[in-house]
Design a protein around this ligand. Structure first.
Ligand code: ANZ
Ligand code: ZN
Length: 838
């Protein structure tokens, strides 16, 4: 479709005002109709994959989306102009709780709710001018996507990467159902019924992400991500090095317990073992009741019940009365380093899921142990010499070992005294190993990924429970065969006010036949965490219509890893970790190319948008709707406003976004570049040469700024350059360069102007290059200060010498007036500045 320029042809050189409404809609339609940003997998240009985190379809886009998609879109257009074949897909993370909650409240099926919102979001994304290959769209809730999510689950199951075990879930006794963490209030009650939520052990599905802990850590080397995100990933994996060793359960006199039980402990500080004055089991430790003496039994049982109803977060926090957080078991453990029995406690600060679920407690060097020892009147022995003047409690720093020698249970003499921490650790581990009591051990904080959700609006887990087969788990769990996928939740369901999944009561869904024996079977009613869907969508985009496989290796090989991933920092931990795990696991089981180690080469995380000091959000009631601005000043003004307000990674305050300013700038650009406009006269002669030189400088500067994501300064450069042309006159080269450089940021007005000027499409032009010889400057302004105050400005050659600069500055009349006699000091930094101190 040719641009409708009739209304702009005016004879007197005054062009009508720029009309963003009609121009923007026309170009958006055209990009879509012409498939300008559709790309095929056999495209010969070097591939570049730009991806925005696919959104949850919550309705029309908000300002956070606009900011995000503006960055993504400008990179797509910029890389295309640089000659890349750019993959720019968009999809929808369309499963999740909001749709289910709405269903519970209003009775509308989550599918209907979701499918109404997808076009709303699509249309507002389109209205900001962002371009995608819409043929590649995926949505998590569609049968095709569900099918392959389930297919991947089954492949993981075959390889032992998915498994089932009992795990604690939030159970509401009032609603008789499992709650999501979001439904449990801070005080531990159900948001709906107000009942106290209990932890209940139910069979749950897990992914074995812990198998990949070390790789997930090591391969952070391969990515170019913001340092803080890398650090968050590292901390979440939480690798620590130490020792694991075992101690026999004994009584106060050191006599072995009747059970002959031993307790394994994990410690990062085996060097402090001589300072162990007590030991602790997690309340859920399997030996907790075995080791408890009859006298302590009632107290221990009451304590275990209480600990189970306290959240992990509260248990780890240092707040709350520590003296109510432990209980003595009546038994002891024998410290192998010196043969001493130490009392064995249960305490809620020890977690059953970490290390071995049991610790040696060393109050002298561990603050939690110190607090506990004080509360329970247990001895404290320092085993590291604190520096002189140290008046803190536990000392966690380095220093020589003290109080660390004795006769061990094997009768050896072991003496660590005087050794520095690292050496003392090594010696302690050597001794444990040599005597078969323990060994070195690496531990990770990362836990396996609990993927079961007792919700309706998620991808069903493709498992049935057979009444006669033993199945995978001895309880009849049988995988649904590939040719029976997808397993889809029914539409004729009734949502219960309790939030319980309606699948649990839907006979048609529940009752099925066993794929192994043909007998009666019941379907699994758990669905998958929505993070499962978002762990492979970026692979599907490479090959979105594949009907046999989630994607072909060839397609993924062509596009992945994603060259530039863009999204919110709230996904810095879980989504990225899970997506990295999926990529590695899929590569290892031969589904993805084996050399694909990381899914996202470069990551950008944007800051938050605030208004009036608070995060702009629906719940805060301080949303500024993009629509209002799109209807008035248009998408280009909104995009430039968002870009101009500050560095992309920073939080931005909406009050700083000057839409009027960028709108005015677009108007000036229109009158400058419109071929029928005479607002700015043509520069000639020397003036034209000077303007062209400035244009070369602009190309060099802005190209560099695009590479560095310094978009706010690039917008400033465009504004300054436009002002310069208004002052000094225009040349075709200057105006065309400006339009080309601005095309990724303000795609509509530049496309319109370029077409009016050249009849071609600006986004199909090559990125401009500068002529380095044109960058040389004839003169620069040297500022002359007296006592820090600017007194004169002198045009000098850029390679002026220090002596010349000094002489020129001192000879200046303006300077003379402020000096009497010889200056005491002259600081010369040619060619920019001379500072004279009288
Ligand atoms: C004795 C000791 C002395 C410890 C000392 C620390 C400092 P990271 O680095 O996070 O791996 N620990 C071990 N298992 C635990 C569990 N299940 N719940 C709570 N705490 C546990 O921490 C390892 C340290 O945390 C271990 O080393 C242990 O205390 C404690 F000066 O052992 B340490
Ligand atoms: Zn069966």
């Amino acid at each position: 479709m040719a641009a409708d320029t009739a209304s702009n042809d005016v004879a007197d050189g005054r062009v009508p005002d720029y009309d963003p409404q009609s121009v923007e809609a026309r170009w958006q339609q055209r990009w879509r109709d012409e498939g300008t940003y559709e790309i095929d997998n056999d495209d010969p240009r070097p591939p570049y994959y730009v991806l925005n985190m696919y959104p949850y379809p919550s309705g029309p886009a908000h300002m956070g989306h606009v900011r995000n998609y503006t960055f993504g879109d400008l990179i797509v257009r910029y890389k295309t102009m640089q000659g890349h074949g750019v993959l720019s897909p968009m999809g929808f993370d369309s499963f999740g709780l909001p749709a289910e909650n709405a269903a519970i409240q209003s009775g509308i099926h989550p599918r209907v709710f979701t499918e109404e919102r997808i076009p709303q979001l699509t249309s507002s994304i389109t209205r900001i001018g962002a371009v995608y290959d819409w043929r590649r769209t995926v949505a998590s809730h569609t049968p095709e996507y569900i099918r392959f999510t389930q297919w991947i689950f089954l492949r993981f199951l075959e390889r032992g990467l998915a498994y089932k075990r009992k795990a604690a879930v939030n159970w509401c006794p009032g609603c008789q159902t499992v709650l999501a963490n979001e439904q449990v209030l801070a005080d531990g009650t159900c948001e709906r019924s107000g009942d106290l939520v209990e932890a209940r052990d139910l069979e749950q599905w897990f992914f074995k992400i812990t198998d990949y802990a070390q790789q997930l850590l090591d391969d952070l080397e391969l990515v170019d991500w913001p340092e803080r995100v890398v650090t968050m990933q590292r901390n979440w994996i939480g690798r620590s090095e130490g020792a694991q060793f075992s101690m026999p359960v004994v009584d106060a006199d050191g006599e072995p317990h009747e059970s002959a039980a031993r307790v394994e402990v994990y410690t990062t500080r085996p060097d402090t073992a001589f300072g162990m004055t007590y030991a602790v089991l997690a309340p859920e430790h399997e030996l907790a009741l075995t080791v408890t003496t009859p006298e302590q039994r009632d107290e221990v049982e009451a304590f275990i019940a209480k600990a189970r109803s306290t959240s992990e977060m509260d248990r780890l926090s240092s707040e709350g009365a520590i003296d109510k957080r432990g209980v003595f078991t009546g038994s002891y453990l024998q410290n192998p380093f010196n043969g001493e029995p130490v009392p064995l406690y249960l305490a809620d600060y020890v977690l059953v899921t970490y290390g071995t679920g049991a610790i040696m407690a060393v109050p002298g060097e561990d603050q939690r142990d110190w607090d506990f020892a004080k509360a329970y009147d247990l001895p404290i022995i320092r085993t590291v010499q604190p520096p002189e003047g140290f008046d803190g409690e536990a000392y966690t720093g380095t220093g020589p070992a003290i109080n660390s020698a004795g006769t061990t249970i094997t009768g050896d003499e072991l003496d660590l005294n005087g050794l520095e921490m690292a050496e003392a650790k090594a010696r302690a581990i050597d001794w444990l190993t040599a005597n078969g009591i323990g060994q070195d051990r690496v531990n990770y904080r990362l836990r396996d990924w609990l993927l079961s959700r007792q919700r309706f609006w998620g991808c069903p887990i493709p498992i049935v429970y057979c009444t006669s087969c033993a199945g995978l788990d001895g309880n009849g769990a049988v995988p649904v065969p590939d040719d029976q996928l997808p397993v889809i939740a029914p539409d004729d369901v009734e949502f219960l006010p309790t939030g319980e999944s309606p699948l649990k009561h839907h006979e048609g869904f529940l009752r099925t036949t066993c794929p192994q024996c043909g007998g009666e079977a019941m379907r699994e009613t758990d669905t998958m965490d929505t993070f499962v869907d978002s762990s492979w969508y970026f692979l599907r985009f490479a090959d979105p219509t594949n009907e046999d496989l989630p994607f072909s290796q060839e397609a993924v090989d062509h596009w992945l890893p994603v060259d530039q991933y863009i999204g919110g920092v709230e996904h810095a931990i879980l989504h990225l970790m899970y997506a990295r795990f999926f990529t590695k696991a899929l590569a290892d089981i031969g589904v993805a190319p084996s050399d694909l180690r990381e899914p996202f080469k470069r990551l950008f995380t944007q800051g938050m948008i605030r208004l009036g000091g608070a995060k702009m959000s629906k719940s805060k009631g301080n949303l500024v709707a993009p629509e209002e601005i799109l209807d008035r000043e248009g998408a280009d003004a909104l995009r430039l406003g968002q870009l101009f307000v500050g560095p992309p990674a920073d939080d931005v305050d909406w009050e700083g976004v000057g839409i009027e300013g960028t709108h005015r700038f677009i108007g000036r650009l229109w009158r400058l570049a419109h071929p029928a406009s005479d607002a700015v006269p043509e520069a000639t002669g020397d003036a034209a040469v000077a303007v062209d030189k400035e244009a070369h400088r602009l190309i060099a500067r802005v190209s560099d700024e695009y590479e560095r994501w310094s978009y706010n300064t690039a917008v400033a450069a465009f504004m300054e350059f436009t002002n310069l042309l208004y002052k000094q006159g225009r040349t075709d080269f200057a105006v065309d360069s400006l339009l080309l450089l601005l095309a990724p940021m303000a795609p509509h007005v530049t496309a319109e102007l370029w077409e009016l000027r050249h009849g071609t499409h600006v986004h199909e032009q090559a990125w401009p290059t500068h002529d380095p010889s044109m960058l040389a400057v004839d003169s620069v302004t040297m500022v002359v200060q007296v006592k820090g105050k600017v007194r004169d400005r002198i045009e000098v050659s850029p390679d002026i010498s220090e002596e010349e600069a000094r002489a020129l500055a001192l000879a200046s009349e303006a300077v003379q007036g402020h000096l009497d006699g010889e200056p005491t000091k002259v600081i010369v930094r040619p060619p920019n500045i001379v500072n004279i101190v009288p």
